[in-house]
Design a protein around this ligand. Structure first.
Ligand SMILES: [Zn+2]
Length: 269
């Protein structure tokens, strides 16, 4: 379920749900993810104006891990309370304390739930925050912030002239030479038209070696990283410290040889 799509496979002609609802419902649209070849059709949940785009044709589903696929949280099932603060949510992803809404907001959420069919779930993981951002345009407002401030990707790079800084999600790709065992360093770049260098430090050796191994086995995958970014002293790069595995997400994750062996062994038992 998606709230916008494109008329053309080059993704130049944007169309919103409201625009598409008044068009012929047999028109085929394209998934906003350029890597995904899903065909989207407008659907209406009831007689009113509510609608969404769905990949409801068997042969043209979303690719695996497409951020727009219905297996993930969508705007329809992800209710974001007015006080929700993405910076705090990202800080919680970096630290060990899981994000839980306060009791007071919990009560209010139940009140809201009673009056609408929206199930109240907070975006608390990198995947949920990323999906939420991808379902909106960078300039759209979100509790006085713009989605483009939360996620640094090719659509929002112009909003950040110095590169990623502060609490945000960054879409990254691997560089040809991507690690340095001394100091547990990983070198990536933003997945944007004008790439910024990203210097990642992973103090915990086990997390470092697993992250490095997964990059090695997923060389073509985009990696979404969440945390507090610091601009480099000479302005040519941004740095991030990874404390937890939950700070990164591989969008096209293939299992590493180690993981395959592990799951095969599990199958024999
Ligand atoms: Zn898709």
């Amino acid at each position: 379920m998606v709230d916008h799509a494109y008329l053309d496979s080059d993704r130049t002609q944007y169309i919103s749900v409201l625009q598409a609802l008044v068009e012929d419902h047999n028109i085929r649209y394209f998934c906003p993810n350029p890597r995904c070849d899903a065909y989207l059709y407008i659907c209406q949940t009831d007689g009113n104006r509510n609608g969404y785009f769905a990949a409801n044709r068997k042969l043209h589903r979303h690719i695996e891990y497409c951020p727009y696929s219905s297996g993930d949280a969508t705007i329809a099932d992800l209710y974001v309370e007015p006080e929700f603060d993405y910076k705090k949510a990202i800080l919680k992803i970096e630290t060990r304390v899981p994000y839980r809404p306060s009791r007071q907001t919990e009560d209010r959420r139940i009140g809201i739930q009673a009056t609408s069919n929206i199930s109240c779930r907070q975006p608390t993981t990198v995947r949920e925050l990323y999906t939420l951002c991808k379902q909106h345009l960078p300039n759209e407002e979100f509790n006085n912030s713009k989605f483009g401030e939360i996620l640094f990707d090719e659509r929002s790079e112009d909003m950040h002239s110095n590169g990623p800084s502060g609490q945000m999600l960054v879409e990254a790709v691997k560089k040809p030479w991507f690690f340095e065992n001394e100091g547990h360093k990983i070198f990536l770049k933003t997945a944007t038209t004008h790439p910024y260098k990203l210097n990642i430090r992973v103090p915990d050796y086990r997390i470092y070696s697993q992250f490095k191994d997964t990059i090695f086995h997923n060389q073509d995958s985009k990696i979404v990283l969440a945390g507090t970014w610091t601009l480099g002293s000479d302005g040519t790069y941004s740095s991030l410290k990874i404390n937890r595995k939950s700070q990164y997400l591989f969008l096209h994750h293939q299992k590493s040889t180690q993981e395959c062996v592990r799951s095969q062994t599990a199958g024999f038992r």
